[in-house]
Each structure stands twice: as C-alpha cells, then as structure tokens.
Design a protein around this ligand. Structure first.
Ligand code: ADP
Ligand code: MG
Length: 358
C-alpha cells in the first residue's frame, strides 16, 4: 500500500489540447479516491500519468514520497484496470493472471497460490481454462480485476471499470468492488463519469473539468457544500434546479415576480452584487395539493414514477423545476397544477458572474 501525490501536473496534447492543467491530488495510504468528471475532462490522463503511460509537461508525481517522474511503468508498482479489460485473447484465464506475475519474477508455486487466492476471491475459479472470448462482460471484468489484485501492487488504478457492463450487473459489481477493496484495505484511484458510482464507492471524490480540479473532499462535502455551480450541478439526480434572481435589498431577492427573504447571514456577501443564481435540489422543493403559506402555484407538466419516488416537473414563471416526492403523492388523480415551497434553509446562492457559491 502506498500514498500517491500529484503536484501541479500539466499535460498538453499536441501542444494545445488540455489533458490536465495544474492538477494536484493527494491520496493517502488505504484511501479509495475517485476522480469524477465528464467525458474528456482528463480523468484517464491523470491515471495514465500516475501509471507512467503518459508523461507530464510540468509537475511531479510521488509514490510514497519518491518522485517517480522518470520511473518506467513497471518500476512504479501500480496495477491498471482498463475499461476495455485488455485481456490477452490467446491466453486462458489462468495465463492472463499468471503472466504478469511471471514477469515480476514470482516462482511457479507462488503464482499458483496467488491465482487460486484471487480467483477464489472473485469467484472465477471455475473459469481458469477459458479464453476471454468464452467469457461474459462481467466475467472478463472479474479476470481483469483478479489480474490486478494478484500483482499485490502498491496502488490500484481503475479506469471506468464498470462502464461496459449492463445496468444491473454494474450495480452488483459496484457493491462487490466496495466490499472487495474494503477487505484489501488497498490504495485505490478510481476513475468514472458516473456520480452514483463515485458517491457510493469513495472515501474522497476529486471532481475535475477541463483538466482542472474543481473540488476535492468527502462525497457529502461535494454534495452539500459545493464550491460552485458546476460541482452543485454535476452531483445529484435529477440535477439541482437553478433560477436567476436580482438582489433588491440586504437580504431580499426578486425571483421573477416573487420576493424572497433570505438569511441575514448573506448580508455582507451580497454587497456589490446585482444578480445571483439560486440553486435548490429537487428533494428540497416541497409540494402541496392545496395552497399553504409561502407556497407558489405551478403548472404540473410531467409525472415520472420511478419506484419509491415520483419526480414532478413543474413550470413556474416559464422555468422548469423538478421536485422529488414520495411515490403516491399525486395518486391517480389528474392535475394540471400544484403548489410548492422553497426550503429557504436548503437554498444555494451562486454569483452570476463567477458561478462560485456565495
Ligand atoms: N493521445 C492523445 N492525443 C490527443 N489528445 C488527447 C490524447 N489523450 C487524451 N486527449 C485529450 O485530452 C483530453 C482529456 O482526455 P481524457 O483524459 O482521455 O479524458 P476522460 O478520461 O476524462 O474522458 C480530451 O480532450 C482528449 O481528447
Ligand atoms: Mg477516460
């Protein structure tokens, strides 16, 4: 197990395409850290740089406080699990796992022991004689993981390892991965574009966009204390609702035709600003079938029943807001309109210019 530290890494492709820009990240011994971000944001570049498959233009990579910038991939003692699995097609499962150990210099008995151990752990012991083409996607994924675990590396690097699996298998494998790495107490850097995977698996999430780190912290910190609108919008499903508002007093906002009084804590923060963006998560919009104090009337334009919850789409002053309610809230009655309330304690305010959280 090991610590990994990236210090101010910049990587440009072809001199101008941003892979990473001034990217720093610290992963402690035994931590499960996820690099989360949209497609093309630099996640794979970060992993490949740690593995030594790509070289940074600027910055330093440390593994256990040793600068490994000039170390070859095989000298870094990391194991990479690729999205495509990257199994050798002509080798059976046993050989796919064994080959790396042989290169590492393990003896036959040790290889046998480790293959048995990992294939037992991942429940693929019956597949040892099969070639990759005779395996399902999920089984291939397990072999790729087994191969990485058998190496007993200092650090695991996993690049979207579940994204080629169908939805139900992905969910099952997610749980298994979590239990597996809890058991191994390994240092893991995991890459995904999937917020649910990131939220459920990670000790810490590093959210990245355009090669730049947006925020790093506990999953709940990113969800409940987002530094800016990008972070707030990336986490949460359906995403956070946003509305523009004008500042009309020390702690009063005008949102469309509605005046909202916000906490006086904002008094200083709103000084010299004219416009803000309000953010309210769908679970923080309360809906009512009858008018109540401080409720607003909205058109109900869509009802999505998704099992335990129902998602309502409301048209309010020409803008669409999504609210999550319990399953039977609407019942079987047809309705065109509904009343809702902002939970003012759960409201986020973002600077209209910088999009930073106020
Ligand atoms: N070998 C390469 N040559 C040119 N551009 C690349 C190369 N690898 C990655 N990029 C570019 O760098 C950016 C980050 O890519 P990548 O790290 O693969 O993103 P992600 O894994 O988050 O989808 C993208 O704009 C991508 O097109
Ligand atoms: Mg990628």
């Amino acid at each position: 197990m090991a610590e990994v530290r990236l210090e101010n890494i910049t990587k440009l492709f072809g001199g101008h395409i941003i892979g990473l820009k001034d990217f720093s990240l610290q992963v402690k011994n035994g931590e499960f850290v996820t690099i989360l971000g949209p497609s093309g944001s630099g996640k794979s570049t970060a992993l490949r740089i740690i593995a030594g498959l790509e070289h940074p233009d600027k910055g330093n990579i440390f593994i256990d406080e040793v600068n490994v910038n000039k170390h070859l991939p095989q000298e870094r003692d990391v194991a990479f699990v690729f999205q495509s699995y990257a199994l050798y097609p002509h080798m059976d499962v046993y050989e796919n796992i064994a080959v790396g150990l042989r290169i590492k210099g393990c003896c036959k008995a040790e290889i046998q022991k480790r293959v048995q151990e990992v294939t037992g752990l991942l429940e693929i012991g019956k597949l040892l004689k099969r070639k990759p083409k005779a395996l399902s996607g999920g089984q291939r994924q397990r072999v790729a993981l087994a191969r990485a675990i058998a190496k007993r590396p200092k650090v695991f690097l996993l690049d979207e390892p579940l994204s080629n699996l169908d939805a139900s298998l992905r969910e099952r494998m997610r749980t298994e991965l979590k239990m597996l790495f809890n058991k191994l107490k390994a240092t893991v850097i995991y890459v995904t574009h999937d917020q649910t995977e990131a939220m459920s698996l990670s000790d810490k999430i590093a959210l990245i966009n355009n090669g730049m780190l947006k925020q790093v912290g506990l999953p709940d910190e990113l969800y409940y204390q987002p530094k800016d609108l990008f972070v707030a919008s990336f986490l949460g499903s359906p995403p956070i609702n946003t509305l523009e508002a004008d500042i009309i007093g020390e702690n009063a906002l005008m949102c469309g035709k509605i005046c909202l009084n916000i906490s006086s804590d904002y008094r200083l923060k709103l000084k010299n600003k004219n416009k803000v963006i309000l953010g309210l998560r769908p679970e923080d919009i309360k809906v009512y079938l009858e008018p109540k104090e401080n409720t607003y009337l909205a058109q109900l334009i869509l009802i999505e029943r998704i099992g335990k919850y129902t998602i309502l789409s409301l048209n309010w002053q020409g803008q669409i807001l999504k609210a999550i309610t319990e399953r039977d809230f609407i019942g079987q009655h047809k309705r065109d309109s509904i009343w809702f309330q902002f939970d003012m304690n759960k409201l986020y305010l973002f600077d209209k210019e910088t999009l930073n959280t106020i």
